[in-house]
Ligand binder design. Structure first.
Ligand code: TXA
Ligand code: MG
Length: 334
C-alpha cells in the first residue's frame, strides 16, 4: 500500500513563482512524484532518466508496465538526450507545433530507461505549451516522464482537484495552476512508420499535420467517420464510474430517457448545443467542447446517477479526438 502526504501548492499559471518551481524541482530531483499542469491535462511527473522514480508513476497510477510514457522536454538540447535522432519530418513538425499538444514517437536514446518505453525501441516525446510545465522542466534540468495524473483507465484530470480525487495519498506534490486549456490529451503521431501513423487523435488535427508533412495513416481502431466500431475493438479508457452511453438519435433518447425516468432512475442528458433545460449544455465548437469534456464527466460522475447519456458529436474529422475519448469512455470494461 502507498501512503504519502500529498501537498497542494498553488502556482501562477502565467508567471510561476520561482520558489514554488524550485520546491517542485527538488521533489523531482529526489526521485518523487509531482503532478503539474500542461496545456492539455495535468501530468504526473518523474525524472525520466531514473528508473526507480519512473516505477513510482506506475505504482501510483496502477498502470500496466506495458503502457509506455510520454517524456516532456523544454528545448531541443534536452530532446537530443531523449531521442537517438530526429528526421527532417520531425523537425518540420517541431518548428510548427512545439511547444504544443503534439507528441512524436521516435527512436529512443539509450539514456532513456526501458521502463519509460515499455521495453520498446521508441520513445514518445513532447514540449508542453504551459509556463508552469516548462519552468519545472527547466528548473529540474531533466526530461520528465509524465502520463496523465489519474488512476489508470479513469477520467483524465483537467484541474488539481481532479488529481487530488484520484491520487491523494499516492503522490507527493500537486502544483495547482487552475483548469487546463485544451482539456484533452495531446495528439500522438508515430514517426517511425512510413507514412507516419496517428496513434491518438488530439488537439492538433489530422488536416493541420497533413498540411505540414503530407499524408499520414490512422491506427486501425481509431474511430473515423462512419458507423461506430464495435466496442470490443476499443480499450476502455477515460471512463467515469457511472455507466456512460452514447446516442446518435434524439428521438431514441426521448423514448428511452422517459422510460428510465418513469422507473425512478435519475438520468442526466448532455446535449450538444443543448435543447433540454435539464441537461448540461455543451459548446458546439469542438475545441471548446473538448476543453469542458473531462470536467463535465468528473462532475456527472460525482452525482451518483444511474447512467450518463451523451449525444454523439458530428461524424467529421474536427470531432475525431472528442469521439475517440467518448467512445472509449463508453466501452464496457472487461
Ligand atoms: O497531453 C498529454 O499527452 C498528457 C500530458 C500530461 O502531457 N499525457 C498523456 O500521457 O496523455 P498518457 O500516458 O496518459 O498517454 C500516453 C500515450 C499512451 O496512449 C501511450 O500508449 C502512448 O502515448 N505512447 C507512449 N509512448 C509510446 C511509444 N513509444 N510508442 C507508441 N505509443 C506510445
Ligand atoms: Mg492517460
Amino acid at each position: 500500500m502507498i501512503s504519502r502526504r500529498t501537498l497542494i501548492l498553488p502556482i501562477d499559471p502565467n508567471g510561476p513563482e520561482p520558489g514554488g518551481v524550485r520546491q517542485a524541482a527538488d521533489v523531482l530531483r529526489s526521485g518523487w512524484l509531482v503532478a503539474f499542469p500542461t496545456e492539455t491535462v495535468y501530468g504526473l511527473g518523474a525524472n525520466a532518466l531514473d528508473p526507480d522514480a519512473v516505477s513510482r508513476i506506475f505504482e501510483a497510477k496502477g498502470r500496466p508496465a506495458t503502457n509506455p510514457l510520454i517524456v516532456h522536454v523544454c528545448d531541443e538540447s534536452m530532446l537530443s538526450q531523449v531521442v537517438a535522432d530526429w528526421p527532417a519530418v520531425a523537425a518540420k513538425l517541431i518548428s510548427r507545433f512545439w511547444p504544443g499538444p503534439l507528441t512524436l514517437v521516435l527512436p529512443k536514446n539509450p539514456a532513456i530507461p526501458d521502463i519509460v518505453t515499455g521495453g520498446g525501441p521508441t520513445v514518445a516525446v513532447r514540449m508542453p505549451a504551459h509556463p508552469v510545465a516548462l519552468a519545472l522542466i527547466r528548473e529540474s534540468r531533466m526530461p520528465l516522464a509524465a502520463p496523465s495524473a489519474n488512476r489508470s483507465s479513469e477520467l483524465s484530470p483537467t484541474t488539481a482537484e481532479h488529481v487530488w480525487k484520484g491520487l491523494e495519498g499516492r503522490i507527493d506534490l500537486i502544483l495547482d495552476a487552475g483548469p487546463t486549456q485544451s482539456g484533452i490529451e495531446s495528439t500522438v503521431l508515430d514517426l517511425t512508420t512510413h507514412p507516419p501513423t496517428l496513434l491518438r487523435p488530439g488537439p492538433i488535427g489530422v488536416a493541420e499535420i497533413e498540411a505540414r508533412i503530407g499524408p499520414i495513416q490512422r491506427k486501425r481502431d481509431t474511430p473515423r467517420t462512419g458507423p461506430l466500431p464495435s466496442p470490443g475493438m476499443l480499450e476502455r479508457h477515460y471512463a467515469p464510474n457511472t455507466p456512460l452511453e452514447l446516442f446518435a438519435d434524439r428521438a431514441v433518447l426521448e423514448e428511452r430517457a422517459s422510460a428510465l425516468v418513469a422507473s425512478g432512475q435519475t438520468v442526466k442528458k448532455v446535449l450538444l448545443g443543448g435543447i433540454d433545460h435539464s441537461a448540461s449544455v455543451m459548446p458546439t465548437h469542438h475545441d471548446q467542447y473538448a476543453a469542458r469534456l473531462f470536467a463535465e464527466l468528473h462532475d456527472l460522475d460525482s452525482l451518483w446517477l444511474n447512467r450518463i447519456l451523451i449525444e454523439m458529436p458530428p461524424e467529421t474529422d474536427d470531432w475525431l479526438a472528442v469521439r475517440d475519448r467518448l467512445t472509449r469512455a463508453a466501452t464496457e470494461g472487461s
